[in-house]
Design a protein around this ligand. Structure first.
Ligand code: TXD
Length: 321
């Protein structure tokens, strides 16, 4: 059996952690691409020189040439700049859209049969643009945001209740921005509703609600919380782990049910937009979007989030992308 080939476009903070995680798990061989000369070569050499200690045989190659990503099975994209002080959303959108356009053209040219996981921000717009430029089928183009946002929400719940995070199931839907929708009603610990456990803990329904609201708000602002602490750059360990979960689901045909940024074509009454929803992820990428019932309040929040995605995409189109 030949090894799988995984191309990473963008060799910054997330790209580096992705490389190491793929090697440690021996998911395949890695080609790490960046426009910065020598940097991806240096990063892959550093990680590869630990292969004896870590015990992996994956080949790790750094490159500045797109030709090297030829025939990759999976492509994970982190290329793009993070927002700097004084930069407007439109500025970030223009910079990263320009980068994403060239990335999409090259992935289309050299890895036309790959499954693509996009991480670059603004996430929902970048996935939309990649799909448009590449012309890839919808099942092969997805964005990573929901796996991380849901992991953050689950972690907060586990810490609050003093239970193993492995038993917590909680999901975040919608766009990857301040309007994202942590689903409180469906959050559970091994099937037991989180709200019920909180009410028992505090013996006070109002207090339980207050605690849950704080966790919801923290989830929505979790990226910013890390940015503020790091001072430079944004979260990179957890976004990398989250993308790896998606890549593993594809490579292992796991049929995992993961919240991913997927193209909606009528599901959830949305047509033609990329939004975070639960989907079955397997060897065919996004194999099926799962529709769940949302109550009135959840529907209002989800619609609000979809509208934020729509306006972001419209901004991008107005800018000529
Ligand atoms: O969950 C999520 N989706 C996210 C997304 C969570 C956290 C951060 N998220 C976004 O990921 C973040 O806002 C950025 O847009 C991306 C990548 O974050 P990272 O922390 O890895 O950024 P870096 O360290 O700045 O790395 C970006 C690299 C850097 O090495 C650049 O030289 C490179 O991208 N770059 C390019 N690579 C290839 N091709 C082009 N054109 C290019 N331009 C810049």
């Amino acid at each position: 059996m030949t090894r799988k080939k995984i191309a990473l476009i963008g060799g910054g903070q997330i790209g580096g952690v992705l490389t190491q995680l793929i090697a440690l798990r021996e998911l395949g061989d890695v080609v790490l691409f960046d426009i910065l000369e020598d940097m991806p070569q240096g990063k892959t050499l550093d990680i590869a020189e630990a292969s004896r200690v870590d015990g992996f045989d994956s080949n790790l190659q750094g490159t500045n040439s797109y030709e090297d990503i030829k025939d990759s099975d999976i492509v994970i994209i982190t290329a793009g700049l993070p927002r700097k002080p004084g930069m407007s959303r439109d500025d970030l959108l223009v910079t990263n859209a320009k980068i994403m356009k060239s990335v999409a053209e090259n992935v289309k040219k050299y890895a036309p049969n790959s499954f693509v996981i996009i991480i670059s921000n603004p996430l929902d717009a970048m996935v939309t643009l990649f799909k448009k430029v590449s012309g890839f089928s919808a099942n092969r183009v997805m964005g990573q945001a929901g796996v991380l946002d849901s992991s953050r929400f689950s972690s907060f719940i586990a810490w609050e209740l003093g239970v193993s995070v492995k038993d917590v199931n909680a999901m975040v839907l919608g766009g990857h921005g301040d309007t994202m929708v942590p689903l409180v009603r469906y959050a559970n610990v091994n099937g037991m509703p989180v709200m019920e456990l909180l009410e028992r803990k505090y013996n006070d329904a109002a207090k339980a609600k207050e605690v849950m609201n704080a966790m919801v708000e923290r989830t929505k602002m979790a990226g910013g919380e890390v940015v503020k602490l790091l001072k430079t750059g944004s979260a990179f360990y957890s976004p990398a782990s989250s993308a790896i979960a998606m890549a593993e689901a594809i490579l292992g045909d796991q049929k995992r049910v993961l919240p991913v940024c997927a193209l909606l074509e009528g599901e959830y009454n949305v047509n033609g937009y990329y939004v975070g929803v639960p989907a079955i992820i397997g060897a065919n990428g996004v194999e099926k979007i799962l529709e769940i019932t949302l109550d009135d309040e959840e529907t209002a929040l989800f619609t609000n989030s979809v509208n934020a995605v729509k306006s972001l995409v419209e901004d991008m189109e107005r800018l000529g992308f």
